[in-house]
Design a protein around this ligand. Structure first.
Ligand code: SF4
Ligand SMILES: [Zn+2]
Length: 145
């Protein structure tokens, strides 16, 4: 067994709470609850790493998959991170550092990573500024067309 699994915060939850990690809707209270549990999980990095590796290796399975919370991210967010990893040529470890520093994938379809409000471009190379609605300027503009 992978050693880190024994430290997972979701490991000893009851069945009701475990189901929160597979919510019907990604913006539901259940999903928010699961994300809060991940936030304080000591093995969030290992968990996200493993899931991202699966997503990169099996992109078709990801597209068909229902909502699943892993490593503090929703399916859609992991999909965007996986696309960004492939496009940017960065290693997963580099991406982790960016995610840990608050970078998030654009909610549009550009596959780019947004840096948090107020952070300079030079402090997070390879990221773009956030415009509104969790999107970069380009995706925001495309959506309002
Ligand atoms: S990060 Fe979340 S899904 Fe992953 S092991 Fe921890 S609590 Fe479970
Ligand atoms: Zn975008």
């Amino acid at each position: 067994m992978r050693g880190w699994v024994t430290q997972a915060s979701c490991r000893y939850l009851d069945d009701v709470e475990k189901n929160f990690f597979f919510p019907v809707r990604s913006d539901s209270e259940e999903a928010a609850h699961a994300l809060r549990i991940c936030e304080f999980c000591p093995v969030i990095r290992e968990c996200l790493y493993e899931q991202l590796c699966r997503d990169v290796a099996h992109p078709r399975a990801v597209n068909d998959r229902w909502e699943e919370i892993f490593g503090g991210t929703r399916s859609r967010e992991r999909r965007a991170i996986a696309v960004w990893v492939c496009k940017s040529g960065k290693s997963l470890d580099e991406v982790f550092d960016l995610i840990a520093a608050g970078a998030r994938p654009c909610e549009g379809d550009c596959g780019r990573l947004l840096r948090p409000q107020g952070v300079r471009a030079g402090a997070m190379p390879g990221t773009v500024a956030i415009a509104a609605g969790g999107m970069c300027k380009k995706c925001r503009w495309k959506k309002s067309e």
